[in-house]
Design a binder for this molecule. Structure first.
Ligand SMILES: [Zn+2]
Length: 266
């Protein structure tokens, strides 16, 4: 059994959505703990294939309609089960990364309906765990910190387009009109978070996200921009059980503790 298992969920219904969220998540985990081992036998990314997937794909998890309740319950069941996974020694080893687009510019993030809906959804999950496990206080907070929002502003392309080297290569293949824009974004990586619907004016659309999250993805630079990518890394860092599990991917029992997680320096 792997040391840790992460259920990666995405509101994006496309076939490559899971792979894109996994690739971005791995690059974030390497910032959280640079020594992490991400081979499948150490770290496994699970994919929801059952009925719960429908509730993610069509954004039903944000719905309050009665007809969607059954699908939402199945999704919640999958999330709760994952958060309660423990290894043979009783250590927490199941986590959930849930991707939804912020649908606002980063500057307007407090107005994001998606963020508000996630907070409500999170509360429902918390209530379910509280009822099922009869836990509260610190223990409940500990379990809930394993549910990490992967929340780009405005959308996932605010992160994928950051691989400007590949983006320029794709643009140059047939279009060539956006090379300057990609240079600007590479110069100041804080810009992309403030653009609403960045795919609308780009030849890349939403078609190249797998390629854009491949080798050479500039995760450190995007993180240093201090916006939505940084915040997602920060949420991972705020989960002690995740930090502990990441450490177990490369440490034998009884080894001295690793360095403390990294903090962003302004
Ligand atoms: Zn172009």
């Amino acid at each position: 059994m792997p040391v840790l298992r992460i259920l990666a969920l995405s509101e994006d219904g496309s076939d490559h959505a899971h792979a894109v969220v996994v690739a971005l998540s791995k690059s974030m985990l390497k910032i959280v703990d640079p020594a992490v081992q991400t081979q499948r036998e150490k770290l496994r990314f699970d994919e929801e294939r059952g009925d719960g997937r429908r509730a993610m794909r069509m954004n039903l998890w944000r719905s309050t309609k009665e007809e969607h309740e059954s699908d939402i319950r199945k999704l919640m069941r999958a999330i709760v089960s994952q958060l309660l996974i423990e290894d043979d020694d009783g250590r927490p080893s199941g986590f959930v990364f849930l991707h939804y687009d912020g649908d606002e510019s980063y500057g307007d993030r407090d107005r994001s309906d998606a963020r508000r809906h996630f907070a409500e959804f999170r509360l429902k999950i918390e209530q379910q765990i509280k009822a099922e496990r009869n836990v509260g206080g610190e223990e409940l907070a500990r379990i809930m910190s394993g549910l990490v929002a992967i929340e780009p502003f405005y959308c996932i392309e605010a992160w994928t387009y950051q691989h400007t080297e590949i983006a320029k290569r794709i643009c140059a293949r047939g279009c060539g009109k956006h090379l300057g824009a990609f240079d600007d974004w590479a110069q100041d990586r804080r810009l992309l978070d403030e653009i609403r619907k960045p795919w609308e004016d780009s030849c890349l659309r939403k078609a190249h996200n797998v390629e854009l999250t491949g080798p050479g993805y500039p995760a450190e630079a995007v993180w240093e921009a201090g916006k939505s990518f940084y915040e997602a890394v920060d949420r991972m860092t705020g989960c002690p059980a995740l930090l502990d599990a990441l450490r177990r991917t490369y440490m034998q029992a009884g080894s001295p503790p690793a360095l403390s997680p990294r903090k962003h320096v302004e």
